[in-house]
Design a protein around this ligand. Structure first.
Ligand code: G3P
Ligand code: MG
Length: 406
């Protein structure tokens, strides 16, 4: 084994802990950016006194747009690069239903956006309530399709289509028509419009991207969300059939979304570390020196103990120079791609106790919930789910976590 000197251009280290942010009420309020969010994200991007980069992802119950559109928007608002791989919207885990259902009705959002998102996930036959209204406007009395709506709608004969699942992707823009259509399908024979089941158990499955009853917008008081639509549909269903409606839920605080978020966070952390290691091996005359080891096959390897100290512990004077015989010392070696251990702590910053704090508290003890006062939660009230820490805004949350770690 030979040793050769390489240079380090990136003095910023990668943290073993990570962040997960809610969006509405933490980063945004309706169309407005919460002012402290910019600085908070800059801190995590390495602009802190510890020169440490903290991997972070966003888990919002919101949706109604492609993940790429949301990440581009956040990049512009926050002044740090956010990529689609960092974004989980309420409907993102519905990707896992592709292949399970042939014909799906996607509800919510503007125009054809949710249809396009569902198709980009891989769903083949995606219909919307506008298609149904175009097929037969009498389905929802008192609603005339506007010209824009008509352009978005597909020409389909719904007396011949069996809807297998209803996927409520985003907030409904037309509760009256959407409720009428959803109820008709739930009470139908095999999801065919214009039919009625006698037993009320032949209709399609229904999935909601989340269950937030209220959410924080740029209005003074919270507004009803998708959870309120769910309550209303379940009440109508019960009134009609006498039975409880069985709904499938995604979003926070559901366990499925938690598992999905963990998968996304692991791969994002791995990506941040790989990027960091790539930079370690690039030549830069102004940079510090570091050791890279070459094995008999000429492959670059890096000692795992060294990596861990480089990437996960405090900067110390001798960190770069004190590798003597690392392989002999530890007996461990690895190629430049390293399998990451789970994040030591995941700080989850949210504004809604019922979805965010419950989500962060329920599934894994290494998640640390932080409640902020910029959204649904009102100061002075007792949150139904207690956060590990309460603070004013997202910047305070990030500062608190970084200090707690160092
Ligand atoms: O419709 C979105 C809303 O219910 C909540 O979004 O980002 O606070 O999870 P968020
Ligand atoms: Mg929120």
């Amino acid at each position: 084994i030979k040793r050769k000197k390489r240079t380090v251009i990136d003095h910023v280290r990668v943290a073993s802990y990570a962040f997960c942010f809610d969006i509405d009420g933490v980063i945004l309020r309706g169309p407005d950016t919460i002012p402290e969010a910019k600085q908070a994200l800059r801190l995590l991007n390495g602009e802190n006194k510890y020169n440490i980069k903290v991997p972070s992802i966003f888990v919002t119950n919101g949706g109604g747009k492609p993940e790429k559109q949301r990440s581009d928007d956040l990049t512009e608002r926050l002044g740090v690069l956010v990529t689609p791989e960092q974004i989980i919207q309420g409907h993102t885990p519905m990707k896992d239903l592709v292949g399970v259902y042939q014909n799906v009705l996607v509800v919510g959002g503007v125009g054809n956006v949710c249809r396009n998102v569902a198709q980009s996930y891989g769903f083949k036959n995606v219909y919307t309530p506008l298609d149904i209204l175009k097929w037969n406007p009498a389905v929802s009395p008192y609603h005339d399709l506007s010209e824009e709506e008509r352009v978005c709608a597909k020409e389909v004969d719904f007396s011949k289509v069996a809807i297998d699942a209803i996927l409520v992707f985003a907030d409904s823009r037309n509760w009256a028509a959407d409720q009428q259509i959803i109820l008709e399908l739930l009470l139908s024979k095999n999801g065919v419009m214009g039919t009625e089941s006698k037993t009320y158990n032949e209709g399609p499955q229904i999935y909601f991207a989340h269950s937030d009853f209220i959410w924080a917008t740029n209005y003074k008081l919270s507004r009803y969300g998708m959870g309120a639509l769910q309550v209303s549909i379940a009440a109508l269903y019960k009134e009609h059939t006498g039975h409880e409606l069985k709904v499938n839920r995604f979003g926070k605080p559901q366990k499925g979304t938690f598992k999905f978020a963990n998968k996304v966070l692991t791969s994002w952390r791995q990506g941040v570390l790989d990027e960091h290691l790539k930079k370690l091996s690039i030549n830069d005359p102004n940079a510090e020196e570091a050791d890279i080891l070459i094995n008999e096959d000429g492959e670059e390897i890096i000692n795992q103990a060294k990596l861990e100290s480089y990437d996960y512990e405090d900067d110390s004077e001798d960190e770069v120079n004190n590798i003597k015989e690392p392989l002999a010392e530890t007996g461990k070696q690895d190629k430049i791609t390293l399998q990451l251990p789970p994040a030591s702590t995941v700080y989850f910053v949210g504004d809604t106790p019922e979805s965010d704090i419950r989500f962060a508290n329920s599934h894994d003890v290494s998640w640390h919930s932080i409640l902020v006062k910029t959204g649904v939660y009102r100061e002075g009230t007792e949150p139904k789910y207690k956060p590990k820490h309460l603070c004013e805004n997202v910047l305070e949350a990030v500062e608190y976590a970084i200090e707690r770690e160092h």
